[in-house]
Ligand binder design. Structure first.
Ligand code: HEM
Length: 425
């Protein structure tokens, strides 16, 4: 079995590319593990992870992408059993401090309400019509050649335009939006947003787009979704600044684009790698949602994120002093044998197939989960309608049994960098 003490989870490349043996050893040995090199706690146990998500008062999200080292400058002494004031003092210095995912209640609560106003069930239903149309448009592009690089040629522009439609960006502006984020020429938005400070500003053009749209609709209301967004208020009735709404809107791209791209890639890889499974899914489309949940459990796009202990506490029998960084490992919790029988195996018929935490839990639980599920389900449905077989390109990935795939080289994300597919129509 993998020796967890021998591996530096945060720098070891082999573990970043394939973390599952490490996770398995970790969750069996120590569901709450103090990584000796960093003094950071890695939480891999399912119930222990739920306890963290359920207690944002104790576990702040301020350092969500700040890494395993102390988020405080070297000269700041972390002492005492309650560092709430210190966290607030340093909050703005941490990466993604302007994004809702890094906020704690009560600030988070008000903005989350604003956010949920943008992703209402009605809006999602309207958006689903666009998803079907966009699926066919994007498939027209990739099916024409009979072969494609699925990540760049399908998944990236597809997911971006679906979020744009959700937010009411008119279709006449879609190409503009693609080029604003550098995607016209195959660029990627948000690919490193969750872990790379340098990519932090790639959303700036989107902020500008939405600020302008909101100011425009406040001056001249129309009967469109952007007008609804412009007129939205906080729960206490106060009117947000245009930048506050624009930020929420732009953040949806950061949070929802790259993640869904990777889920699409992994789902298609599994389908193309396993002809028997593909046949079963083609024969019974009702299995697709279960299939998706099991993809999320076994290879969810987010492997984990950080928290910061604000008040000294105990988790899974381990004392965590105020100031301890916690890596909340969704990818490991989803393979906790106390929760999932035979956790390393892919089982469509698993009774608790939806119990995974690929979308997190608690106050920050992913508001885009229904959208991500629809995008992937509809992509698979239409691909099945329009092809008789989907296969891995041996020219790019090698023959069955000796494949080569490039995975994202980071401990935070799981997903393919490229996926070359071949289609039989
Ligand atoms: C397969 C795709 C996706 C996965 C695996 C995923 C996963 C997650 C996870 C794990 C969180 C919680 C982070 C934490 O608590 O530390 C989260 C939050 C969030 N997600 Fe997703 N997500 C996906 C797709 C989407 C989509 C499509 C959207 C929007 C259109 C979206 C928008 C958000 C937002 C705005 C947050 C922050 C919510 C908050 O802080 O209250 N996500 N997501």
């Amino acid at each position: 079995m993998t020796d967890v003490t021998a591996i530096d989870h945060f720098t070891d490349q082999a573990t970043a590319l394939d973390p599952y043996a490490y996770y398995d050893a970790l969750v069996r040995a120590a569901p709450v593990y103090i990584e000796p090199r960093y003094g950071c706690a890695i939480v891999s146990g399912f119930e222990e992870a739920l306890a963290v998500w359920r207690d944002p008062d104790t576990f702040s999200s301020a350092n969500i992408v700040a890494g395993p080292r102390s988020p405080f400058p070297a000269d700041v002494e972390v002492s005492g059993d309650d560092i709430t004031a210190l966290v607030e003092e340093h909050r703005s210095a941490w990466p993604q401090s302007d994004q809702i995912v890094a906020w704690d209640p009560p600030l988070h609560t008000a903005h989350r309400a604003l956010l949920m106003g943008l992703i209402t069930p009605k809006r999602l239903q309207q958006n689903e019509e666009f998803i079907w149309r966009q699926t066919d448009r994007q498939l027209d592009v990739v099916l024409a050649e009979g072969t494609c690089e699925y990540i760049d040629e399908y998944a990236q522009p597809y997911t971006l335009l679906i979020i744009a439609d959700l937010l009411g960006v008119p279709e006449s502006d879609h190409q503009r939006l693609l080029s604003l984020v550098g995607m016209g020429g195959g660029g990627v938005v948000g690919s490193t947003e969750l872990h790379d400070k340098s990519a932090h500003h790639s959303l700036a053009p989107l902020y500008d787009y939405f600020v302008a749209a909101i100011e425009d609709r406040r001056r001249e209301p129309r009967s469109d979704v952007l007008t609804g967004m412009a007129q939205s208020t906080f729960p206490d009735g106060t009117v947000p600044e245009p930048i506050e709404v624009a930020r929420i809107a732009s953040n949806l791209f950061a949070a929802g684009q790259e993640t869904t791209v990777r889920l699409l890639g992994t789902a298609l890889q599994i389908i193309a790698e396993d002809p028997e499974l593909q046949k079963a899914l083609r024969a019974d489309r009702a299995l697709i949602p279960r299939f998706l949940e099991e993809v999320l459990r076994t290879q969810g796009p987010i492997k984990g994120a950080f928290r910061l202990v604000r008040r000294t506490t105990t988790l899974g029998g381990v004392e965590l002093k105020a100031g301890t960084r916690v890596f909340l490992a969704n990818g490991a919790a989803n393979r906790d044998p106390r929760q999932f029988e035979d956790p390393m195996e892919f089982h469509l018929e698993r009774p608790n197939v939806r119990r995974h935490v690929a979308f997190g839990h608690g106050v920050h639980t992913c508001p885009g989960a229904p959208l991500a599920r629809s995008e992937v389900r509809i992509s698979i449905e239409r691909l099945f309608d329009r092809t008789t077989d989907i296969a891995i390109s041996e020219a790019h990935h090698g023959p069955a049994g000796a494949r080569h795939y490039d995975y994202m080289p980071t401990f935070m994300f799981r997903g393919l960098m490229t996926l070359h597919l071949e289609f039989t129509q």
